[in-house]
Design a protein around this ligand. Structure first.
Ligand SMILES: [Zn+2]
Length: 243
């Protein structure tokens, strides 16, 4: 395969640049998505914290209602005490009042304990909302920066694609067909610079004939990986001693 080594070197540079830009372009939305997922998790944590607070509050409301009912019953029983006709009846009412008072005391303890939990849960809600706000702010910043960079990268891609078209147009027709076939399959890995006396892509050692071809600025194809090999710019072929 005869072709200008400089042209191939230039084409490889362009293909590598295109691959880098394409990778960067694809990475942007993934970065946004990852931050979005993180924000979703923070939102769920904030929602959970609020739901827990609501549950404890409902528990307190329920216990308060029970307390009111018991207290009302104690008041009724006390009123009945005056109307008692027998000592036995009086005694029974007193026992009921004592039992209800005990139940009220238990309810009051439960309410106090639950109110402490409400405070804890409210603090957790504040913390969760703060984390969420930080996550949302970060997502906004990342999105903005990715979008800005996307514009720059797209412009750069256009510029490099134009460079590629120009460089490819200049290729000799007989070489162009081979080049395009390999590039279509391997992309930026269609080419490799000579590394010492080996393929710079797969590091397979080249034959002496291949190195001679390269010395004459001809392009050779690596038998190991199929890359088109071109000599380095300084032509320092064989700078590595053969073993
Ligand atoms: Zn190779």
């Amino acid at each position: 395969m005869i072709a200008n080594a400089d042209a191939l070197r230039e084409l490889h540079r362009i293909h590598k640049q295109l691959a880098d830009l394409t990778t960067e372009l694809a990475r942007g939305p993934k970065t946004i998505l990852a931050h979005g997922k993180k924000t979703d998790i923070l939102q769920a944590a904030a929602d959970d914290a609020e739901a827990e607070t609501r549950n404890v509050r409902m528990f307190v409301d329920d216990k308060n209602l029970q307390l009111k009912i018991r207290e009302g019953r104690i008041a009724d029983l006390r009123a009945k005490l005056n109307a008692c006709s027998t000592n036995k009846e009086y005694q029974a009412l007193q026992e009921q009042i004592a039992a209800d008072a005990m139940a009220c005391s238990v309810l009051e303890d439960e309410i106090l304990e639950a109110l402490e939990k409400v405070e804890e849960r409210q603090a957790a809600v504040v913390r969760a909302k703060k984390s969420l706000a930080a996550g949302q702010a970060e997502l906004g910043k990342v999105t903005e920066s990715v979008n800005q960079r996307e514009g720059v990268v797209k412009g750069e891609l256009k510029r490099i694609e134009a460079q590629l078209a120009t460089a490819e147009d200049a290729l000799p027709a007989d070489f162009k067909a081979d080049y395009q076939r390999i590039v279509q399959i391997k992309g930026e890995d269609a080419m490799a610079v000579l590394d010492g006396e080996s393929c710079g892509g797969c590091y397979q050692r080249l034959t002496i004939n291949m190195v001679s071809e390269l010395l004459m600025s001809r392009v050779v194809t690596c038998q190991g990986c199929g890359r088109m090999i071109y000599p380095p710019e300084d032509r320092s072929i064989g700078s590595r001693p053969r073993d």
